[in-house]
Ligand binder design. Structure first.
Ligand code: HEM
Length: 171
C-alpha cells in the first residue's frame, strides 16, 4: 500500500525543531576538529577561526536555539507534554545552552582572537617563511581552556537532550 504524502502541522513543526538542532548545534561538534587541525598545521589562521566561532554563535547557534525553543514550546503545548521529565529537561537544557553560548563562548572567542593576534605578533617568523608553531601566552592558554570546556559541556548537553527527547523520557 502506498503511504500518503500528507503531513500534519505538528509533524512539520517537529521537523523544524529537529532541523534547528542539527543546523544550530552541528558546528559545536565540527569546530573542535577544524580548530585542532588548524592549530597543528597553520597557527596563523587561529585568530580568524576564533572570529568565525564568534559569528557562528551570534548568527547560527543562538538563533537556532530560539527556533528550537519556539517549536518545542508549540509541540509541548499542542501535545500536552508539559508534565513530562523530557520537556522540563529540554527547557533547562535550552537555558544552559543559551547562557554558555551567549555569555561565555561568544565573548571568550572574541577576546581570544585579539589575544592570539597579539601572541602571534610577538613571535618572529623567518621572512618569507610559513608559521608552523606559536608561543601562546598564559592568558591565551587559560581562556582557551575555558572555551574548550564550555564547548564540550554544550556538546554533552545536546547529546543527552536528544536522547531524552527521542525516548520521551518520563512520559
Ligand atoms: C524549550 C525547550 C524544549 C521543549 C519544550 C521541547 C519539546 C519537545 C517535544 C514536546 C518533543 C516531542 C514531539 C513529538 O514527539 O511529537 C520534542 C522532540 C525533540 N526534541 Fe525537543 N524540546 C525542547 C528543547 C530541545 C533541545 C534543546 C533539543 C536538542 C538540543 C531538542 C531535541 C529534540 C529532538 C531531537 C526531538 C525529536 C525526538 C523524536 O520525536 O524522535 N529539544 N521536543
Amino acid at each position: 500500500m502506498l503511504a500518503t504524502a500528507s503531513i500534519t502541522f505538528v509533524e512539520f513543526v517537529l521537523a523544524i525543531h529537529i532541523l534547528a538542532v542539527v543546523i544550530g548545534f552541528g558546528g559545536v561538534f565540527a569546530f573542535p576538529l577544524v580548530f585542532g587541525a588548524a592549530a597543528r598545521t597553520d597557527p596563523a589562521v587561529i585568530p580568524m577561526l576564533l572570529r568565525v566561532r564568534q559569528q557562528l554563535g551570534r548568527y547560527l547557534i543562538n538563533p537556532g536555539l530560539l527556533v528550537v525553543v519556539l517549536a518545542g514550546v508549540y509541540l509541548a503545548s499542542k501535545e500536552h507534554q508539559w508534565g513530562n521529565f523530557y520537556v522540563g529537561w529540554g527547557v533547562l537544557a535550552a537555558l544552559v545552552l543559551g547562557a554558555l553560548e551567549g555569555s561565555l563562548i561568544i565573548r571568550t572567542a572574541g577576546r581570544l582572537a585579539d589575544q592570539a593576534e597579539r601572541d602571534l605578533a610577538a613571535t618572529a617568523v623567518p621572512s618569507g617563511g610559513q608559521r608552523t608553531s606559536a608561543t601562546w601566552s598564559s592568558e591565551y592558554t587559560a581562556a582557551m581552556r575555558r572555551l574548550t570546556f564550555a564547548g564540550n559541556a554544550m556538546a554533552a548537553i545536546v547529546v543527552l537532550t536528544v536522547f531524552f527527547m527521542a525516548t520521551h523520557l518520563g512520559a
